[in-house]
Design a binder for this molecule. Sequence first.
Ligand SMILES: C[S@@+](CC[C@H](N)C(=O)[O-])C[C@H]1O[C@@H](n2cnc3c(N)ncnc32)[C@H](O)[C@@H]1O
Length: 219
Amino acid sequence: MTNSEHSTSKATLQTRSDVRLWANLCDIFTFIKQGLIAAKTTGTVAPSSRALALYMVETSQLALARTIVEFGPGTGAITEVILENAASNSIFLAIEINPEFATALRKKYPALHIFEDSAANVQTHLNELGVNSCDCIISGLPWALFEEPLQTQILDAAWNVLAPGGRFVTFTYFFSLWTRGGKRFRHLLNARFKNHVELSPIIWQNFPPARVYCATKLD
Ligand SMILES: C[S@@+](CC[C@H](N)C(=O)[O-])C[C@H]1O[C@@H](n2cnc3c(N)ncnc32)[C@H](O)[C@@H]1O
């Protein structure tokens, strides 16, 4: 490589990392804004870390799934890792209730099936893509902030669309386990999945630190 080629490729790498840094800053800005104006549905002020996303994707056995659903993708922190690991012939759809997040995500991933709606309507959107069920659901929803009717409605919808053996993976901030909404969600999740639910250790490389529930539809 000549000196000038070397400088050009270094400059290209620098530009790419600048673009990435800028994109991450934009995501954080969008989160802070939505965390303030739509606190009850956003539930946080920062996107999930790559460490948390990788843990969720591994736990979900995503690489084996033919149909994958993401609830509440936000700015796409987990979406990115799902796309990296999903089988090339799989169907992947994301359901996001917040218009600003949905618009930002469409710009990032124009080919992705993004539905601007409540996760409660997952069955309708699967049907729109010509499928009835899915093998895995990865959720970023702020369950601990939801009232009981909404927790039940979305959990029922998730259970109904999951194929036998399918996995439902979701995270919770570690302190949410002791809140009223967090305790109720844990109880409802165990009841729905007949105690086939595992809870991970704390993932410290996330802000705030989080734990991951993995529920399997066994019977
Ligand atoms: C805690 S943020 C997680 C965002 C992203 N998955 C991440 O981990 O960085 C919660 C996300 O769920 C979305 N959300 C909240 N309620 C929802 C619902 N009923 N249906 C679909 N998305 C919802 C919010 O708009 C937000 O994007």
